[in-house]
Design a protein around this ligand. Structure first.
Ligand code: MV4
Length: 434
C-alpha cells in the first residue's frame, strides 16, 4: 500500500481498538490503476459491502473530497468519515467558500465578490484591486486553471487561457480574481469539529517548502505566527465553521504576505499528509478523533483551553523519486531500515523486498522529528535522515539532508519560492565538487 494511504491504515488500527468491524478491502477493490479501483465509486462500495464494513476512512487524495462518494456511502448505510456532503461540495467551490468565510470576518485577499464570467468584469475588478492579480478556477486546486496577470494588456489572453484550462480540467470554467501575493508563505490551520458544535483550533503548519505544488517538508508551529495571531485566527475560524455546521477535521489554507498578514485562500475538508506535525506538538491523535467524531462522540477530551503547543515538529516527505531530477523511482526495495529514538516518528508501509508500484503518488514514508524547539527538531531530523536506509530505489532523503544543512532553511527565511532558489544554488555546489 502506498504510504499516502497512511491515514487509512492508521484508521484501521484505531477502528479495531474501539471495536468497529474493519477489513482490508484493498485486495478486492480492483486492478492497480486508481481510475479502476480507488477512484471507482461502485468498486469501492461493492468491496465495502462484501467486507461488511461500518465506515470508510477516505485517506488523503482519491475520493476524500468527493461529495458524491460521501452521498453514495450514506445511502449504502456506510459511514463516510468526513464532513456532510453539502459542506464538502460547498468548500470545493473555492469562490463560494471564500465568500462564506469572508462573511464571518476571516481575513481574505481583496478580490471579486463571486465568480466572474466575462473579460469586462475581470478588467473592472482588476482595476479596483490593482495589478498584479491572479485569476483562479473556482473548481480548481493544485495550481491548475490559475494565471498571474501583471497588467491590463495581458488580461485578455491569460483570462481566456485560465478559463479554457479550467473548463477542460474540471468541466467548469468559473473563475474568480484575487490580489496576487508575490512571495507568499503557505501556512495552514488545523481544526477539529464534532457533531454537536464543539470546535477547536490546533494551530498552524508552515508548508512553504514545496516544488510544483507538491509539498516536501512541513513544520509546526510557524516561526512567523505569533501567539496572538494563532489565537485570533483560530477563534474566527471556529466561529465561522460552527455557523456553517462543519464536522470532522479540516484544514484552512492561508497565504502570508511580506508584512506577515494572513489571508485565507481555501479550505480542505480532508485530513492532510502533513497532519503528524500537528499531532506531535498538540499530542492529539487526529485520525482517531475523526473516527470518534464520525461515530457521534463528543470532543470532550479536547477543549480549546486545554490545547497546548509543545515544542516544534518537522516532517520530511520521503518520496520514491530521484533527489535531483524528481523522476519517480518505482521498483523493489532491497534494504529498508527506519531510524528511531526520542522525538522521532516514521509513518510508512514500506519494507525490504517490498515493491513500490508505479501507479500511485511517490510518497513512501513520512519522517517526523519533534524537539523542545526548532533547533532540537532540526538536529534530530538530520540524525534520523542519516540513519534512514533505503536501497534499491531512489528517495528524497539526500535532498532533505541538504535542506537541513542549508543556512537559509535553518534561519527560517523561506517562502514558496524557496525550492527554486535552493535547487539553483545546489547545482553550483555540485558543479564545484566535481
Ligand atoms: C496565490 C498565490 C499568490 N497570490 N494566490 C497555488 C495553489 C493554490 N492552492 C493557491 N496558489 C497560490 N495562490 C494569490 N492571491 C500564489 C500561489 C502559489 C502557491 C501557494 C501555496 C504554495 C505554493 C505555491 C506555489 C506557487 C503559487
Amino acid at each position: 500500500m502506498p504510504a499516502k494511504n497512511w491515514a487509512y491504515e492508521q484508521s484501521r488500527f484505531t477502528a479495531r481498538l474501539i471495536g468497529i468491524r474493519c477489513t482490508s478491502v484493498l485486495q478486492i477493490v480492483g486492478p492497480p490503476r486508481a481510475a479502476e479501483s480507488y477512484l471507482n465509486i461502485p468498486a469501492v462500495i461493492s468491496a465495502a459491502e462484501i467486507a461488511n464494513v461500518d465506515a470508510i476512512h477516505p485517506g488523503y487524495g482519491l475520493l476524500s473530497e468527493n461529495a458524491n462518494f460521501a452521498e453514495v456511502c450514506e445511502t449504502s448505510r456506510i459511514k463516510f468519515i468526513g464532513p456532510p456532503p453539502e459542506i464538502t461540495r460547498m468548500m470545493g467551490e473555492k469562490e463560494k467558500a471564500r465568500q462564506t468565510m469572508k462573511k464571518s470576518g476571516v481575513p481574505i485577499l481583496p478580490g471579486s465578490d463571486g465568480v466572474i464570467n466575462s473579460m469586462d468584469e475581470a478588467q473592472e475588478w482588476a482595476r479596483t484591486i490593482g495589478y498584479p492579480v491572479i485569476v483562479k478556477a473556482s473548481a480548481g486546486g493544485g495550481g491548475r486553471g490559475m494565471r498571474v496577470i501583471r497588467n491590463e494588456r495581458e488580461m485578455p489572453e491569460l483570462f481566456h487561457a485560465a478559463q479554457s484550462e479550467a473548463a477542460a480540467a474540471f468541466g467548469n470554467g468559473d473563475l474568480y480574481i484575487e490580489k496576487f501575493i508575490e512571495r507568499p508563505r503557505h501556512i495552514e490551520f488545523q481544526i477539529l469539529a464534532d457533531a454537536y458544535g464543539n470546535l477547536v483550533s490546533l494551530g498552524e503548519r508552515e508548508c512553504s517548502i514545496q516544488r510544483r505544488h507538491q509539498k516536501l517538508l512541513e513544520e509546526s508551529p510557524s516561526m512567523q505566527v505569533t501567539p496572538h495571531m494563532r489565537k485570533s485566527i483560530g477563534e474566527s475560524l471556529c466561529s465561522t465553521l460552527t455557523r456553517i455546521g462543519y464536522i470532522n477535521a479540516g484544514t484552512v489554507e492561508f497565504l502570508m504576505d511580506e508584512q506577515s498578514n494572513l489571508h485565507l485562500i481555501e479550505m480542505n475538508t480532508r485530513i492532510q499528509v502533513e497532519h503528524p506535525v500537528t499531532e506531535m506538538v498538540t499530542g492529539i491523535d487526529l485520525v482517531k478523533s475523526q473516527i470518534l467524531i464520525a461515530v457521534g462522540e463528543r470532543l470532550e477530551s479536547v477543549l480549546q483551553r486545554d490545547v497546548e503547543h509543545r515544542g516544534h515538529a518537522i516532517e520530511c516527505r520521503i518520496n520514491a523519486e530521484h533527489p535531483e531530477t524528481f523522476t519517480p523511482s518505482a521498483g523493489k526495495i532491497i534494504a529498508f531500515h527506519t531510524p528511531g529514538g526520542t522525538g522521532v516518528r516514521v509513518d510508512t508501509a514500506a519494507y525490504a523486498e517490498g515493491v513500490i508500484p508505479p501507479y500511485y503518488d511517490s510518497l513512501i514514508a513520512k519522517l517526523v522529528a519533534h524537539g523542545k524547539d526548532r533547533e532540537e527538531a532540526m538536529s534530530r531530523m538530520s540524525r534520523a535522515l542519516e540513519m534512514f536506509i533505503v536501497q534499491g530505489i531512489h528517495t528524497t532523503i539526500p535532498l532533505h539532508l541538504r535542506i537541513m544543512a542549508d543556512p537559509e532553511f535553518r534561519a527560517g527565511k523561506f517562502d514558496t519560492k524557496y525550492m527554486e532558489r535552493f535547487l539553483a544554488r545546489n547545482k553550483e555546489i555540485k558543479a564545484e565538487k566535481r
